[in-house]
Design a protein around this ligand. Structure first.
Ligand SMILES: Cc1cc2nc3c(=O)[nH]c(=O)nc-3n(C[C@H](O)[C@H](O)[C@H](O)COP(=O)(O)O)c2cc1C
Length: 419
């Protein structure tokens, strides 16, 4: 089944059911523009054979990044670099979709001391994120316009689709959550009001890109935090999205405060996986699929061909989203599509800083956050190597990768400020 084509509601067809989900690259230059490293990385991935490559977070406003090294598209100054990036993906035989995003309060202090968010609810994570300013009505109108403008620019550059990032605790996901959206105006309060920014963004993007251009939305099935966005709310939002002209709904979960897909038990479940149980959000996705009229893509934990095929055959998902396996084995889809490979590597157990106090289940918030950073740093290291035209280096220690990540992140932030 993974080799079957899929035609989206806008009429656009994708070549098979495998998609590389978004992974932030950190490869932009000091002016936030795409580089030759993006071309090398995505040309490798495109040749791997997955139908769609979704870019990492492409930011709509250079004042607010998820991390230094994000590509920003807010005007046409970076169009030549974006065109070259799209061209390498097309030459590799794949499609490139841009994930367009605003971090909201999940914007590190190294980028901005005062992020912009629905309300002044600060992220409780090691002091790395400043207390946000609550967006004014003018800010909200600006954000809607920026999402639409960025979408129009990436379309002009030859990207094949856009994905509006409304998951993982970024700005649109913050608006959806009653824990981070304490507003009393038309953008907060009832679920209907909390979802109105997402719906306004999709309408504005659609108005700019036209009816035949694919628009995807990445949505949490749940935030998995007390008082956050729940599965029932997610199901209701999907019913509204049914009428919004969405072509592909990617189902994920968690926020920075609860990074579901980095949780150690997730690795254990993947390792012991039998068929569809491996996909961590699949049970949630089943309830979403029951109401969704657009195609669904479940992402998170798929590691066996049997698990993917069972999820597709059961009608629980229409596409399979995959991220981390691409860092270790960039061309696995070709072998999987040819039936020569049935199981992907699961290195997550090794990517811990230690056990007990030092481990990912530590009672200390700081240690849990550092373990997340170690995992992320390890994958960033592999992405940087692929971007440099080198082979992955699975033997690198998570501690080393994390320290290198902190040092490089600081250097990138400094270079941006000096540029
Ligand atoms: C290094 C790294 C970077 C990521 N960056 C993004 C991102 O920019 N946008 C996004 O929506 N998800 C991002 N994710 C989450 C992935 O898209 C995906 O949802 C998650 O890794 C679960 O899928 P997997 O189990 O196949 O890795 C990232 C994940 C990793 C490991």
């Amino acid at each position: 089944m993974i080799e079957q084509t899929l035609t989206l509601p806008c009429g656009h067809t994708v070549a098979n059911r495998l998609c590389k989900s978004a992974m932030t690259e950190g490869l932009a230059d000091a002016n936030d523009q795409a580089t030759a490293a993006h071309q090398r990385l995505y040309s490798t991935w495109a040749r791997g054979g997955a139908a769609i490559q979704i870019s990492g977070n492409i930011m709509i406003d250079r004042r607010y990044l998820e991390r230094s090294g994000n590509v920003v598209v807010e005007d046409d100054s970076g169009l030549p670099q974006l065109r070259a990036w799209a061209k390498t993906v097309h030459e590799g035989g794949s499609q490139l979709w841009a994930q367009i995003s605003h971090p909201g309060r999940q914007c590190p202090r190294l980028v901005n001391l005062t992020p912009l968010a629905p309300s002044e609810v600060q992220l409780a994570m090691g002091g790395n994120f400043g207390r946000p300013r609550a967006a004014t009505e003018a800010d909200i109108q600006d954000i809607i316009g920026r999402f639409a403008h960025t979408a129009a620019l990436v379309k002009e550059a030859g990207f094949d689709g856009v994905q509006v990032h409304s998951a993982h605790g970024y700005l649109l996901s913050q608006f959806l959550s009653p824990r981070t959206n304490l507003r009393q105006d038309r953008w907060g309060g009832s679920l209907n009001s909390r979802a109105s920014l997402l719906l306004a963004v999709i309408a504005a993007v659609r108005a700019r890109v036209g009816p035949a251009y694919p628009i995807s939305v990445k949505l949490n099935s749940s935030d998995f935090v007390k008082g956050g966005f729940t599965l029932d709310e997610s199901i209701q939002v999907v019913q509204w999205l049914n009428d919004a002209g969405v072509d592909l709904l990617e189902v994920s979960g968690g926020t920075y405060e609860q990074l579901e897909f980095f949780k150690p038990q997730a690795a254990a479940e993947i390792r012991d996986s039998t068929r569809e149980r491996e996909a961590m959000f699949l049970d949630y996705a089943k309830s979403i699929k029951a109401v969704a009229r657009m195609p669904i893509m479940v992402t998170g934990g798929f590691r066996t061909l049997a698990g993917m095929e069972a999820a597709l055959a059961g009608g629980h998902t229409d596409m399979i989203g995959l991220a981390r396996p691409f860092c270790l084995d960039p061309d696995f889809p070709a072998r999987m599509l040819a039936g020569q490979m049935t199981r992907l590597p699961v290195p997550e157990d090794r990517l811990v800083l230690g056990q007990g106090f030092w481990g990912p289940n530590s009672a200390s918030n700081l240690m849990r956050a550092l373990n997340n950073q170690a995992q992320a740093g390890w994958y960033y290291h592999q992405i940087e190597r692929l971007g440099a035209g080198l082979a992955p280096e699975p033997e690198v220690s998570p501690l080393r990768a994390m320290v290198a990540h902190f040092v490089k992140d600081f250097g990138r932030a400094l270079r941006r400020k000096l540029a």
